[in-house]
Design a protein around this ligand. Structure first.
Ligand SMILES: [Zn+2]
Length: 366
């Protein structure tokens, strides 16, 4: 990736609040000389927007915009889906783990937009499979479900979101006491979280008026979520999660996704110390995994069958990570970034046990 800008000439003003987009007249820019840099390309063209009068450069359209170590973006993407922890990646490249975390966040935001732009907006024609991958954030006292909707035939991951849960299962007496203390201090997770988030996810994946076959396990919140969505039709079939997780299991597509997430993401390994300290970070990583799963990785390692995106007919071949990172995505150009997706993009998904969570409000490095 030597050429910094993916465009020969700037196609639009990169400033989020520029009103040139609402104008019907053609947008113009003025060339404003160059700035010099130490690495290649040594000269970068500068521009001025004729509408808002602000400056930008050819680099404003690159995913590597404003990075001190831009060459690491691509290898870090690969490491993040190859089960490395932030500190392991940091040691390999001689950077601090917070640099890797920031890169993971940027890649996550990019992948959220990449997927949102490309995923089919019409009603899926294949059966959908819904499940929650159980993980935790901050400590084992804060479990969460990562809800996934996967295509029953294509294995395409249509969407995901999160639901914070209350710690349950067998606990030692001191663990019960500690849970009480934590809940007094930070509040109890919303008991309706799964129902609310599954409802949001299904509304996002299935457009109004759509009808789909939906397979899931016997989670009690799922029928309640479906019952609230009156303008879509769901034919819901349920399978016990105790059934052997074989190829014949109706939930196989989502079981395989769960398996692959745990296999490729260090933060979801069992008994790991690389677990996500913030739920937001886990969601960014899941966005990276989703793009890799849908557009880069083959559906089968042994019998090459193409990517899930190819099976769905929205891609003609597998993409490389370099192609995925080809050009910078802007949230205001993606169109449908609102609701949960906007909260996730702008880093507003809170981790209860951390009082003040830093959101993503950088003005330029979107
Ligand atoms: Zn402008």
């Amino acid at each position: 990736m030597d050429d910094l800008s993916p465009y020969r000439r700037p196609p639009f003003c990169p400033h989020a609040d520029c009103d040139s987009r609402s104008q019907s007249t053609t947008w113009r820019f003025i060339k404003k000389g160059y700035y010099l840099r130490r690495r290649r390309p040594h000269r970068v063209q500068k521009y001025q927007c004729s509408r808002c009068r602000r400056y930008f450069s050819a680099a404003s359209f690159s995913t590597r915009y404003w990075l001190r170590r831009p060459e690491l973006l691509e290898p870090v993407f690969h490491r993040l889906v190859a089960c490395s922890g932030f500190r392991q990646i940091a040691r390999e490249y001689g950077v601090s783990h917070s640099t890797v975390r920031r890169m993971s966040d940027r890649l996550g935001r990019h992948c959220l937009l990449f997927h949102e732009r490309r995923r089919p907006k019409s009603c899926p024609t294949e059966p959908l499979v819904l499940d929650g991958l159980r993980s935790f954030e901050h400590s084992q006292y804060w479990p969460m479900d990562l809800n996934l909707v996967v295509g029953g035939e294509s294995l395409f991951v249509y969407g995901f979101n999160d639901a914070g849960l209350r710690r349950s299962g067998t606990m030692r007496p001191y663990q019960v006491v500690k849970r009480e203390a934590l809940e007094r201090r930070f509040g109890r997770p919303d008991p309706q979280a799964t129902r609310k988030r599954v409802e949001e996810l299904l509304r996002r994946v299935v457009p109004p008026g759509g009808a789909v076959v939906l397979r899931s396990d016997e989670h009690q919140a799922y029928p309640r979520a479906i019952a609230r969505i009156r303008d879509r039709t769901f034919v819901h079939t349920r399978t016990s999660s105790k059934l052997a997780r074989t190829l014949e299991n109706p939930l196989f597509p989502v079981n395989l996704s769960d398996l692959l997430i745990r296999h490729s993401s260090a933060n979801h390994k069992r008994e790991t110390i690389a677990f996500s300290k913030r739920r937001q970070s886990a969601l960014y990583r899941l966005a990276i995994w989703t793009v890799w799963r849908n557009y880069v990785k083959d559906r089968s390692e042994n019998r090459r069958r193409g990517t899930p995106a190819q099976a769905l007919g929205i891609a003609t071949r597998a993409l490389s990570v370099r192609e995925v990172l080809g050009r910078r995505r802007f949230p205001w150009r993606t169109g449908t970034v609102r609701g949960w997706l906007a909260s996730c993009y702008f880093g507003r998904i809170r981790t209860r046990a951390i009082g003040r969570c830093v959101a993503h409000d950088a003005r330029y490095a979107m």
